[in-house]
Design a protein around this ligand. Structure first.
Ligand SMILES: *Cc1c(COP(=O)(O)O)cnc(C)c1O
Length: 467
């Protein structure tokens, strides 16, 4: 079977040896994994020659689209020159220092320093280390507790999974065991549809922010080190907080002297039509987590933008910071990031998403609201979500939702995949985060495909008597 490249053969080898992330392997083995063999622009091809429109940019990361020869060339050239060296022991390398400088140019105001990691999860672990060090150096070692949110995603290391608020991950960490990091507390998410009934969106935004203040008072501000949040929740289902939420969160963090960590792993590098969503929401963060779009996924890279308040104290008084990774500042990964950022800049992709294609995408996506299955749409920039409902009502709060036993998102996702469209399902929310390069014509093509697949889903649900 060694030299075989038939789909069945690859699937069988895959099932015998390859453990996938977030996967039920018994189920996967029964159906066989889809083998992706190549990609170009916004499309992927599987081993059967079937073309898929990638509405998710891989995993929220391929911001400049697939097939960018100049990124491959930059990496190739760097690998011939210097494939690897570390940044320990008083050494540095050219791509890493240039990338640090470039990031400080495109970052929100007040970010002049960068710590590199290999991934978003490692970057959030780095945040935990930085935060603890910061308060220790300031002589406020009691400030140790972290507040985060339910249904947040901050990665899959022990630190990331503890910070995140995904029940499925917490259950497997074992809250009872010592392995889940102690001192991390979770408040509710700002999800209007979940807990906003009876309030206006803006009233609800203030209420959701007040949960932070309540938690701080309950724990004692003198014990609270930091608040972690995504600007809008990505993996949680593209949940965009009301406009009133962030200014109030900001006020509360300032009032109680709590560091604000904004996880921009999805939102960074143009996703919302700004380089960082901190600009979109007007957030002044202390630490910003990035990964994914920094290289458009061409090579793994993550890191933390460290605000001046933290950076200056740690530089002036912190001494050795005993933390770092073999691949912190990896030259080839940094070369990929530099070329990726050059493309985003020279092709004006961030401005294009903000002013032209983003508004067009939102407008076209909103037209799906006339579909019988679509109860609500939401989005910003190149992120959008729709809510699948059994029956519409006067408002989304009056809509009839599908029974918990019907995984309508998965049913819909199957129809999407089978008809050449990649859209992700999170419960009853179907979400997209397509490459920022999409043209109007490609947006039209995508919306038509989504509509076609929603029709197929509807017919299937009718046939199975699930409506
Ligand atoms: C993907 C993601 C992470 C984790 O990044 P990895 O590179 O997978 O470790 C962290 N935070 C957010 C918001 C993410 O979307």
């Amino acid at each position: 079977m060694n030299n075989e490249t038939s789909t069945a053969c690859m699937q069988s080898t895959d099932a015998q040896h390859y453990l996938h992330p977030f996967t039920d392997h018994k189920k996967l083995a029964a159906r066989g994994a889809r083998v992706i063999v190549k990609a170009d622009d916004i499309y992927l091809w599987d081993s059967e020659g079937k073309r898929l429109l990638d509405g998710m940019s891989g995993l929220w990361c391929v911001n400049v689209g697939y097939g960018r020869q100049s990124i491959s060339d930059a990496v190739y050239t760097q690998m011939e020159q210097l494939p690897y060296y570390n940044s320990f022991f008083n050494t540095t390398n050219l791509p890493a220092l240039r990338l640090a400088q470039t990031l400080s140019e495109i970052a929100p105001k007040g970010f002049q320093h960068v710590f590199f990691t290999g991934s978003g999860s490692e970057a959030n672990d780095t945040n935990l280390r930085l935060i603890r060090r910061y308060w220790d150096v300031r002589g406020l070692a009691a400030k140790r507790l972290i507040i985060s949110r339910q249904n947040a995603y901050h990665g899959s290391t022990i630190g990331g999974a503890s910070l995140g608020g995904m029940a499925g991950m917490h259950n497997q960490l074992g809250e009872q065991d010592a392995c889940v990091i102690p001192g991390i507390h979770h408040i509710g998410q700002p999800y209007y549809l979940e807990s906003g009934q009876g309030l206006s969106e803006q009233e609800f935004g203030l209420k959701a922010a007040s949960w932070l203040e309540q938690k701080i008072l309950e724990l004692g501000a003198e014990n609270v080190a930091a608040f972690f949040a995504e600007p809008l929740q990505g993996a949680g289902g593209v949940i965009i907080p009301p406009a009133s939420y962030w200014p109030e969160i900001q006020r509360i963090c300032r009032k109680y002297d709590i560091l604000l960590v904004v996880d921009e792993v999805i939102c960074g590098f143009g996703r919302t039509g700004h380089w960082f969503a901190c600009e979109y929401f007007g957030i002044e963060a202390d630490l910003i987590t990035f990964a994914k779009g920094v290289t458009s996924g061409y090579l793994p890279l993550g890191g933390v933008l460290v605000g001046e308040r933290v950076a200056q104290l740690l530089i002036a008084e912190g001494g050795d910071f005993n933390h770092g990774f073999t691949y912190s500042g990896h030259p080839a990964a940094c070369a990929a990031a530099l070329e990726n950022i050059r493309i985003l800049r020279d092709e004006h992709l961030v401005e294009q998403v903000r002013e032209v294609t983003g508004p067009y995408l939102q407008q076209q996506f909103a037209s799906l609201l006339d579909h019988p299955l679509v109860g609500m749409v939401d989005g910003c920039g190149f992120l959008a979500a729709l809510v699948l409902v059994k029956q519409k009502g006067a408002s989304i709060f009056d809509a009839v939702m599908f029974d918990k036993t019907v995984d309508v998102g998965m049913i819909c996702r199957e129809h999407m995949f089978n008809n050449g469209m990649i859209m992700r399902a999170v419960g009853n929310r179907m979400i997209i985060a397509p490459p920022l390069t999409m043209s109007r014509e490609q947006i039209d093509e995508m919306i038509a495909l989504i509509r076609f697949c929603l029709d197929r889903t509807l017919a299937d649900l009718q046939q199975k008597n699930l409506l």
